[in-house]
Design a protein around this ligand. Structure first.
Ligand SMILES: C[S@@+](CC[C@H](N)C(=O)[O-])C[C@H]1O[C@@H](n2cnc3c(N)ncnc32)[C@H](O)[C@@H]1O
Length: 290
């Protein structure tokens, strides 16, 4: 008699708890690496804000805002007559967003701990909702998109940035595949969260349409992750990428170190001698209208 193969199970509640814990732990590092984030993701963020029509006076909701790098970009753009509410599941990382806004003298930023799938907000109260490399980590992306639509005014826009496909994102897909192999994790099943869950052609656009958005458009942007060296990129990813830590959490310290050693060697592929390091990265920026 053969034993039936058990389908792999996915516990969304457990996954979210771990996500919050890992980002709480990575919060200080994600904040500390803000200059790297700004040079890497800043131009795509500006493009996302252009596509979403974010202008002076707009009321913007920033979902999965992290340490608030893009929150500050938005706050500057909307000016004192506009506002940004930065939300995240991790209170520790959000504390950095609040502190940075205060330090920058921005009085139009507020922060609230919140699960992006359950927005504790009135309907039709925002002109634009954005999420930068956040939606990919949500177990129920449709639920999150429906919530974003609910809180938008009629004619309001949603905009998101996600990674495209693994073959065009070596800076991250190479470490992810090494880490997965060491942690004996299979690839995420279709529909499960993960860094490339919305990156294949048409997937993010289709998700927007299914959630009820119209006039959905997208662009693919090259956004190489530049660093002074492969070692610097390794430090950035090792210290601040909560998703990698989440995948490694089942290993003991020696097992984790073995995985990182292999990642270090693999990242050298993207070193450019005296020209530093440029890790391949391609982003999808999509926008839709309520
Ligand atoms: C890669 S970071 C991006 C942070 C920020 N948007 C940026 O680009 O710098 C992913 C963020 O998603 C947040 N996140 C993951 N799952 C979430 C959920 N269900 N609800 C809200 N935030 C979530 C994490 O806590 C983390 O801050």
């Amino acid at each position: 008699m053969t034993t039936p193969t058990q389908p792999p199970t996915f516990d969304a509640k457990h996954y979210k708890r771990t996500t919050r814990d890992q980002w709480d732990a990575a919060a200080e590092a994600w904040h500390r690496w803000a200059p790297t984030l700004r040079s890497w993701l800043g131009p795509a963020t500006e493009r996302m804000l252009d596509l979403a029509g974010v202008e002076s006076g707009a009321r913007v909701l920033d979902v999965a805002a992290g340490a608030g790098d893009q929150t500050l970009q938005i706050a500057t753009r909307v000016g004192p007559g506009g506002s940004v509410l930065a939300t995240d599941i991790s209170p520790e990382i959000l504390a950095f967003a609040a502190a940075e806004a205060k330090r920058a003298g921005l009085t139009n930023v507020t922060t609230r701990e919140m699960d992006g799938e359950r927005l504790d907000l009135e309907e039709a109260t925002f002109d634009v909702v954005v999420s930068r490399v956040g939606l990919i980590y949500f177990p129920d992306q449709q639920q999150a998109l429906r919530e974003m639509r609910r809180v938008l005014v009629p004619g309001g826009r949603v905009a998101a940035i996600v990674y495209s496909t693994p073959d065009r994102n070596g800076f991250f897909s190479v470490p992810v595949s090494i880490v997965r192999r060491h942690a004996k994790l299979g690839p995420p099943l279709p529909g499960q969260p993960g860094p490339f869950s919305l990156g294949a052609a048409g997937v993010l656009e289709d998700a927007f349409t299914r959630a009820g958005f119209r006039d959905v458009r997208s662009e693919r942007l090259a956004a190489p992750l530049r660093a002074t060296s492969a070692e610097e990129c390794l430090s950035f990813e090792k210290e601040s990428f909560g998703a990698l830590h989440q995948m490694l959490s089942s290993l003991d310290p020696a097992g984790r170190e073995a995985a990182w050693t292999e990642v270090a060697v693999a990242l050298r592929e993207f070193a450019r001698g005296d020209d530093g390091f440029a890790g391949p990265c391609e982003l999808v920026v999509a926008v839709g209208t309520k």
